[in-house]
Design a protein around this ligand. Structure first.
Ligand code: PEP
Ligand code: MN
Length: 354
């Protein structure tokens, strides 16, 4: 259940609700949503208890009976899809219904020359958001680990030069502030999807968060991870399906497109697809990127490189500049073809953090 307090309720008023609930053996967890103080409960309040709570706590405005274990992420709470606004000024992009975003860039930032060359081609191809890893979660400790803060600075400069908002991964709490300072979207990688302290930290940073699905996470676990971020009061969460573990090594992972549609039925949050990490193969990125547009996803994230054979990371799945241009054109044609089928009646915009 979700208890929504009146606008302007104080910390003491929230504490009073939690204390009253504790008195009837119900545990309430304070959170924030759409500028309001809320209290989340996993226990059910019957009619009698709801009437009593309204009487003893006049600051309680509404009590919603949300059945899903994730409350703020659920479509029960917000039936209309949310739009997350990323970047500012002439680098502002909306992620949500009515637009299909393409995030593109190298797996990892390798040098100023490589990043700026890639950013130029990302812009030229008509993609909307520049990606590039500065902190890389590598399977081997002996693989290139990323350029760190130096890479973040290059990413920010490239984004400003080409008027593109940026997205990059943050792997540990110690670097959340640095990543939030230089990038427009904080990416939580698949391996960190259930790093709960990190989820809280990125939530508190107040910037949009791209939450990748863990390689073995169920849709419910993924949405519970999103709930950690939302419960901090940060509602700018974009989900990203990037393939789950399968048994056939032909593809790196198995792209769960059915899961994308299913998760869209469960949540109001925008959902994008990463066909690069899902497949691990350049030749499969365009078909699955087009498939993401066909099923009504809100966008894609793809890796591209001007010279993939020289890439320090994920060259085999990085598409070439001309392929990116074709892919961007293709997803917009597919989106236009299916628009009438998926177009929602309404969307509610998530406030951009100050
Ligand atoms: C990435 O996007 O650079 C990445 C490492 O992806 P994932 O977390 O999905 O493996
Ligand atoms: Mn990669």
């Amino acid at each position: 259940m979700l208890i929504i307090l009146q606008a302007g309720s104080t910390t003491e008023e929230v504490e009073q609700v939690v204390a009253e609930l504790a008195g009837v053996s119900v545990t309430g967890y304070p959170a924030r949503s759409r500028g309001r103080e809320v209290v989340c409960l996993t226990q059910h309040l019957n009619m009698e208890l709801r009437t009593w709570l309204h009487a003893v706590c006049p600051q309680v405005e509404r009590i919603l009976d949300i059945k899903a274990p994730y409350k703020l992420a659920s479509a029960e709470y917000r039936p209309e899809p949310s739009t997350v606004v990323v970047g500012q000024g002439n680098r502002q992009v909306r992620v949500g219904p009515g637009q299909f975003v393409v995030m593109a860039g190298p797996c990892t930032i390798e040098s100023e020359e490589q990043l700026f060359q890639t950013a130029a081609l990302v812009k030229q191809a008509g993609a909307n958001i520049l990606r590039g890893g500065a902190f890389k979660p590598r399977t081997s400790p002996y693989s290139f680990q990323g350029m760190g803060v130096e890479g973040l600075k290059l990413l920010q400069r490239a984004g400003h030069t080409y008027n593109l908002p940026t997205v990059t991964e943050v792997m540990e709490s110690a670097y959340v502030d640095a990543v939030a300072e230089y990038a427009d979207i904080l990416q939580v990688g698949a391996r960190n999807m259930q790093n709960f302290p990190l989820l809280r930290e990125v939530g508190l940073a107040g910037k949009p968060v791209l939450l990748k699905r863990g390689p073995s996470a169920t849709l419910e676990e993924w949405l519970m991870a999103a709930e950690y971020i939302l419960s901090t009061g940060n509602e700018q969460v974009i989900l990203c399906e990037r393939g789950i573990k399968g048994f056939d090594p032909t593809t790196r992972n198995v792209l769960d497109l059915g899961g994308v549609v299913a998760v869209q039925e469960k949540t109001h949050l925008p959902v994008i697809v990463d066909p690069s990490h899902a497949t691990g193969k350049r030749s499969l990125v365009t078909p699955l990127g087009l498939a993401a547009a066909a099923i009504g996803a809100n966008g894609i994230m793809v890796e591209c490189h001007p010279h993939p054979e020289q890439a320090l990371c994920d060259g085999a799945q990085s598409i070439l500049p001309e392929q990116l241009t074709e892919l961007v054109k293709g997803v917009h044609s597919v989106t236009a073809a299916v628009r009438d089928i998926y177009e929602p009646e309404e969307s509610s915009e998530v406030e951009v953090a100050a």
